[in-house]
Write a protein that binds this ligand. Structure first.
Ligand code: NAP
Length: 241
């Protein structure tokens, strides 16, 4: 059994996920770089190792049962347990997303990755997480999934989006259900919003750096045992549902 704290970050080959892996690695943790593309994964692992991070590649497509099962087996062999899971991988599903005209495949893609992918990975990793003394699960959500902000006049919630925003609302709802079931265990599960961050996801139009975007996930990954569970947070504090 690896004595180091071990984390898995999904979609860690670029963007916010890469910086979450770098940030957790800087704490001296062993970090599994979950990524579906071999070359992008290898390049990220190499870059992290060059920066002194104890990184290892984890082939992982969150939409694929066999891939996720193999990832759990690899982590079991590598570390014997998992302390922190960051469900970061996400897609918009494609544009446009006007509800009256949206392609159903656009909605399916967003939900398949951003919601069902998170459930698939979480449930497959749960036996490994249960072996940890302080398991943490972080779901990378978005404030565009906040129904309160969506219905608050003047609040900044991005473009009309029947797929991406709604998938993050769904993810928030699922996060609450996990917290309810896991209440009384040592597992803390929370949703985080990175803020509008310059990445491929938005054509690099975001105003925050990926490193800034990663900060909330790192905070939720390192919560003390009496920390919150079933919450939704950004750097400034609680995000309203
Ligand atoms: N950027 C923002 O302003 C913003 C705001 C709020 C929330 N978020 C959330 O933050 C998270 C990270 O987004 P980002 O901005 O860093 O986007 P990004 O640069 O596009 O990175 C997304 C990551 O997810 C991976 N991914 C997508 N589908 C996958 C799958 N089926 N299996 C495994 N990995 C998959 C991508 O891998 P590939 O390279 O193989 O495509 C990539 O590593 C997402 O959940 C996003 O919704 C972002």
């Amino acid at each position: 059994m690896n004595e180091r704290t071990t984390a898995l970050v999904t979609g860690a080959n670029k963007g916010i996920g890469y910086e979450i892996a770098a940030g957790l690695g800087a704490l001296g943790w062993s970090v599994g770089v979950g990524a579906r593309d071999e070359h992008r994964r290898d390049a990220a692992v190499e870059k992290l190792r060059a920066a002194g991070v104890d990184a290892f590649g984890v082939p992982l497509d969150v939409t694929d049962d066999a891939s996720v099962a193999a990832a759990a087996q690899l982590i079991d062999e590598q570390a014997g347990r998992l302390d922190v899971l960051v469900n970061n991988a996400g897609v918009t599903g494609g544009m446009p997303q006007q509800p009256t005209t949206v392609a159903l495949d656009t909605v399916r893609t967003a939900v398949e990755t951003n919601v069902i992918g998170v459930i698939r990975v979480t449930n497959t990793m749960l036996p490994l997480l249960r072996r940890s003394a302080s398991p943490r699960i972080v779901n990378m959500s978005s404030s565009v999934g906040s129904l309160t902000r969506q219905t608050t006049p003047g609040a900044e919630t991005g473009p009309i989006s029947a797929a991406y925003s709604a998938s993050k609302t769904f993810l928030n709802a699922v996060t609450i259900q996990y917290a309810k079931e896991l209440q009384g265990t040592n597992i803390l599960i929370n949703a985080g919003c990175p803020g509008f961050t310059a990445t491929d996801l938005n054509g690099f139009r975001g105003t925050r750096t990926p490193e800034q975007g990663a900060a909330i996930a790192i905070q939720l990954a390192t919560l003390p045992d009496d920390g919150p569970t079933g919450g939704f947070f950004e750097d400034a504090g609680v995000v309203p549902w």
